[in-house]
Design a protein around this ligand. Structure first.
Ligand SMILES: [Zn+2]
Ligand SMILES: [Zn+2]
Length: 175
């Protein structure tokens, strides 16, 4: 969403607050966030832009719910991503001393629109690995059920005869 900065630029107010949502469908880059993750709501963006005599600073809290699946047992996981988003807001692309280009937002036609930057930052904040719980046991290799001891396969755990031959072969090669 575009935020009009003219009240700050005209020095009428020192702070502009905002509270809006970014619908992932409105930003093409959102489709590439992750194959395994589906956002379950619009991204909430709440914050303010302050005039600091010579430069402006934007800070926001970003929050969104998402759905994914456990890497080990494939159970559905519903979680939230929450992070701080901050940028220097400048009138020209001239680099501020000591500030990286990707920490800056440049004012265009009296305002800024940083939906794309929010999506980019979100894709960095989302976890790469997903576990339903830290010590998820995964799936039983025999019956495919979650390995929580209820399937009873463990007792009859036997080495596949074909694997046994393979193991012997490996042992031979080792010598
Ligand atoms: Zn799991
Ligand atoms: Zn089993």
């Amino acid at each position: 969403m575009k935020i009009d900065l003219t009240p700050i630029l005209n020095r009428r107010v020192p702070v502009i607050s905002f509270d809006f949502t970014v619908s992932p469908e409105s930003v093409p880059e959102a489709a590439e966030i992750s194959e395994e993750i589906t956002l379950t709501e619009a991204i909430s963006v709440k914050g303010r832009i302050t005039d600091n005599d010579g430069y402006m600073k934007l800070s926001a809290e970003v929050s969104v719910g998402y759905k994914t699946f456990c890497d080990r047992c494939l159970a559905e996981i519903n979680d939230r991503a929450e992070f701080e988003f901050s940028r220097f807001v400048t009138l020209t692309t001239a680099v501020l001393e000591g500030v990286d280009e990707d920490e800056m937002l440049v004012v265009k036609e009296g305002g800024i629109d940083f939906d794309r930057e929010i999506i980019e930052e979100l894709s960095l904040e989302l976890p790469v690995y997903h576990l339903c719980e830290d010590d998820c046991p995964g799936l039983c290799s025999v019956c495919g059920k979650r390995l929580d001891g209820s399937c009873g396969c463990e007792k009859k755990k036997e080495i596949d005869p074909r694997m046994e031959t393979f193991k012997k072969l490996l042992e031979k090669m080792d010598k």
